[in-house]
Design a protein around this ligand. Structure first.
Ligand code: ADP
Ligand code: MG
Length: 408
């Protein structure tokens, strides 16, 4: 598996050439305010390298899940405004993706200028299952680059998608791996081959069904899987405990039971919390108390209680495991960290990751946002992945179309 790198492209010479760059600018927004600019900051270096080398840079990106037509709330405007604040080069945003505005502004670029095209998902062909439809859209994107263009994929968060701006353009232009994609792949490789042991995986987040495939692939690879977040209740239920009103995916209980059964043979230990924080309702100011994980229904809230965080004893035990590890991968918050009262478990895990001598990787959009909103710095972790779904699919052992299309 080798791909041509951005440095190779720069060495070939890019001055005056139109270089199409797929970036990941899919940032969380509150109205028109970017609440976490991590992905913008992570996308900046590649765009800047190309601009510095004199390329005319055309950036494609998606934001949110528009339904194949323009929708103001999914405009890249706020993301591009933030990019422009951070960038030492000139950045403009086209009003469309491959329409008149994109064509006109692309035509007016000087060497070193950067034009971001509007949300690629404003065009239904971007995500079409029909190869010809996607291909036609890719042709229009490629046409913007003239006759000496090239493509750089730097959107790690989208490499698991067989989309026009990720996959089909790469079959039409000389294509290169951006530095961000390169780094992400190197890091994820360390989590799958020759991993330094003990290898501890911390899994949380909302749904166990999102994470089942990765758990399956980690059996036998990870030494320990620490289970928190909403999914812990399906694990508790799989062991026969009652979880009151907590998030439960009853249909997944047999699958989890199968994992628990296979785990010891595979050499992987699951660690499920022994205490949880149970609340009277799902709200920031809900009443709450700590109870034993096998006695959730015995809280003052009875059958109405909902578990919203791991308890302090479990958080401390998880932290010990993390500190004794050589490799740690963390995906998914331990509790509803968006509410201060239920953020302690997530905070304890983040803290332990900053204190362990292990190589640490944080994956998942909400997990990355959590460490930042809880006041941690990116530099305190080995690596914060920009790709939630993409990093999980890589760890599931799946073929990622956006990566394999760059292989030659
Ligand atoms: P990531 O994006 O990092 O992969 P997920 O999307 O799987 O993470 O899950 C993140 C969400 O899980 C957060 O919004 C958090 O509030 C929620 N969550 C965590 N613990 C619980 C819980 N006990 N009950 C309900 N939701 C939870
Ligand atoms: Mg998420």
């Amino acid at each position: 598996m080798t791909s041509h790198t951005l440095n190779e492209l720069i060495a070939e010479g890019v001055r005056g050439r139109y270089i199409l760059v797929r970036s990941d600018l899919n940032v969380p927004l509150d109205g028109s305010t970017v609440t976490d600019d991590g992905r913008i900051k992570a996308s900046l270096p590649v765009i800047e390298k190309l601009s510095d080398a004199g390329a005319r840079v055309l950036v494609t990106a998606h934001l949110g899940r528009p339904k194949g037509a323009p929708e103001a709330k999914y405009s890249l405007k706020p993301a591009v405004a933030r990019l422009a604040e951070l960038a030492p080069f000139k950045v403009r945003l086209a009003e469309d993706t491959v329409g008149d505005s994109a064509k006109e502004l692309a035509g007016s670029l000087d060497d070193g200028d950067v034009l971001v095209l509007e949300n690629v998902r404003f065009d239904a062909r971007e995500t079409s299952k029909d190869d010809a439809e996607r291909g036609a859209f890719a042709d229009e994107l490629v046409a913007l680059t003239g006759d000496n263009g090239a493509f750089v994929d730097d959107a790690f968060g989208a490499v698991h998608r067989k989309h026009a701006s990720v996959y089909d353009v790469a079959t039409r232009l000389p294509s290169y791996q951006g530095d961000l994609v390169h780094t992400e792949v190197e890091v994820l490789r360390k989590l799958t081959t020759d991993t330094q042991r003990p290898y501890v995986v911390v899994l949380g987040g909302s749904k166990v069904s999102d994470k089942l495939a990765v758990i399956d692939n980690l059996l036998g690879k990870a030494d320990t899987i620490l289970v928190g977040g909403g999914m812990l209740f399906t694990f508790l239920a799989a062991s026969g405990y009652k979880v009151a009103g907590s998030l439960l995916e009853a249909d997944q209980i047999p699958v989890v039971q199968d994992y628990l059964k296979r785990a010891s043979d595979a050499g992987t230990a699951f660690v499920v919390p022994t205490d949880v924080v149970v609340a009277s309702r799902f709200a920031a100011d809900a009443e709450h108390e700590v109870v034993a994980a096998d006695a959730i229904e015995d809280s003052s809230f009875g059958a109405a209680g909902i578990g919203l965080d791991i308890g302090p004893v479990s958080a401390a035990a998880f932290a010990e495991q993390i500190k004794a590890a050589k490799t740690v991968f963390w995906n998914g918050p331990m509790g509803v960290f968006e509410f201060e009262a239920f953020s302690a478990g997530t905070r304890a895990i983040a803290q332990a990751l900053t204190e362990t001598p292990a190589f640490t990787v944080v994956g998942g959009g909400d997990s990355a946002a959590a460490v930042r909103t809880l006041g941690f710095e990116d530099s305190q972790f080995g690596h914060i992945s920009t790709g939630g779904g993409a990093s999980l699919e890589y760890l599931e052992g799946k073929d990622l179309p956006g990566l394999s299309v760059l292989d030659r």
